[in-house]
Write a protein that binds this ligand. Sequence first.
Ligand code: VGL
Ligand code: ZN
Length: 245
Amino acid sequence: MKLLPRRQFIRNAALTGVSLGLGTSAIWSTNLWAANKLKPSANAALIAVDVQNCFVSSGTLPVPKGEEVVPIINALGRVFDNVVITQDWHTAGHASFASSHVGKKPFETTQLSYGQQVLWPDHCVQGTQDAELHSDLKLPKAQVVIRKGYNPQVDSYSAFKEADRKSTTGLAAYLQARGIDTVYVAGLATDFCVAWTALDARALGFETLVIEDACRAIDLNGSLAAAWKEMTAKGVKRIQSSDLI
Ligand code: VGL
Ligand code: ZN
């Protein structure tokens, strides 16, 4: 008999409980199944990144299939003691909008004081319906909402630090003050706000996991592959929602 790795064995055993003569107990298999899952500790937080109207199909900066993350993130929210929500929250006429730069079109780049900036369609403007959290997002345990990108001259993909790499949103201090040492990141978009949030979390010393199928990407000029390459190189772990739920 070929030996299966322990994890695989437990998974198979749970699926074939009856044939092993251990009864038809759905409970039994559920328990074993549960043993096969990662259980987020009390010191872990789920960060649900930018699940907002602007980033789904009907929004101003639609991420392909962005709405598909909503039910997955809702289910994930139930297995965490700590949940953080982020919201892209730009001023009208924000420096990251192509419309703020004469002769520039969305998805081109420009040079800002802190370096190169991708220019986006106007999106997630403070106080608009477009900037609201998706109405199907149900994260009743969420304890804090971090808004970012509200400095008119500086973008912020990361939930921790703005694009000038100096100004902080306060999220790291908040998490540290609450004894949180591990973050699981999900949301929109994988290759921008999720990746920057995860990379900053890791650099700040948090154990960091990105839940891949609970994210969707923009994928601009290979940005998705580049984001995973960098996240992997920096020690961000790549997991699936099925590892947790
Ligand atoms: C995002 C581009 C511009 C994101 C936000 O949430 O990934 N992407 N603003
Ligand atoms: Zn934005």
